[in-house]
Design a binder for this molecule. Structure first.
Ligand code: KIV
Length: 283
């Protein structure tokens, strides 16, 4: 792991050299600093922030303003990782000019290095226009959470030969449109492996087995900070929720019993200033 900022060229080089890529989400300054400091290649400011930061049930209500707000904070905290910002639901589907403006906002205001959008395998004109405008685009196929109402739930995609074929065609279309990498979410491992072998650009898997060129996880899921939803494909690398609750309840007890703060956490003032202050308030 070098100190140099990761570029889109480094990401492709990794695949070409057969080295795996790492990606984790972050949504604010402190999570970005931690992810960046751990040497993770890419930070995703995912629209999953709608669930883990804003308390929505799905990613559908997330707005461009939400994304830009969180992207700005992440960009201030990350020095080395390559930054990818999610375009939220309906920020890129209705109108190509609006999609370009929104992608531009994530780059200019949010200080992202690239944008990610879901689906789009059938109609790639918007992606082509973004790439032509100098915006690196990451694709996302398989389970696309913004279409959750249409998909009918968080289900594995590409389980039949027909749907696996469609998934491969979509991924190839995204690559042909200029995507520099493609997320494969909730896809059977053999399908993800074949897609990864067929694509020149790297695949980044989540719930897509061992054959992808990289992996992505949601920060709160992998650190045990989010209890509402615990998919099987998430490995909890730490259980920080109980650690934080324990620290908070110790703080509460220490304040209530007078154990905190102590002299160690307090500040003194010169004796003569204190005496003069006392004198000045005496009647
Ligand atoms: O929003 C997000 O966090 C994502 C990942 C699950 C890939 O899109």
């Amino acid at each position: 792991m070098g100190k140099k900022k990761v570029s889109v060229l480094d990401i492709q080089k990794r695949k070409d050299q057969g080295k795996r890529l790492t990606m984790v989400t972050a949504y604010d300054l402190s999570s970005a600093r931690l992810v960046d400091g751990a040497g993770i290649d890419m930070i995703l400011v995912g629209d999953s922030l709608g669930m883990v930061m804003l308390g929505y049930r799905t990613t559908v209500p997330v707005t461009m303003d939400d994304m830009v707000h969180h992207a700005k904070a992440v960009a201030r905290g990350a020095k080395r990782s390559f930054l990818v910002g999610d375009l939220p639901f309906m920020a890129y589907q209705a109108d190509r000019a609006e999609a370009l403006r929104n992608a531009g906002r994530l780059m200019k205001e949010g200080r992202m290095d690239a944008v990610k959008l879901e689906g789009g395998g059938q109609d790639t004109t918007t992606i082509r226009a973004m790439v032509a405008a100098g915006i690196p685009v990451m694709g996302h196929v398989g389970l696309t959470p913004q279409s959750i109402s249409q998909l009918g739930g968080y289900r594995i995609q590409g389980r039949t030969s027909e749907s696996a074929r469609r998934l491969l065609d979509d991924a190839l279309a995204l690559e042909a449109a200029g995507c520099f990498a493609i997320v494969l979410e909730l896809v059977p491992a053999p399908v993800a492996q074949i897609v990864s072998e067929r694509l020149e650009v790297p695949t980044i898997g989540i719930g897509a087995g061992t054959g992808c060129d990289g992996q992505v996880l949601v920060y709160h899921d992998m650190l045990g900070l989010f209890e509402d939803f615990q998919p099987r494909f998430v490995k909890r690398f730490a259980e920080l929720g109980p650690v934080i609750t324990e620290a908070l309840s110790t703080y509460r007890q220490e304040v209530e019993t007078g154990q905190f703060p102590t002299a160690e956490h307090s500040f003194e003032m010169p004796e003569e200033e204190l005496a003069a202050f006392r004198e000045s308030i005496e009647d």
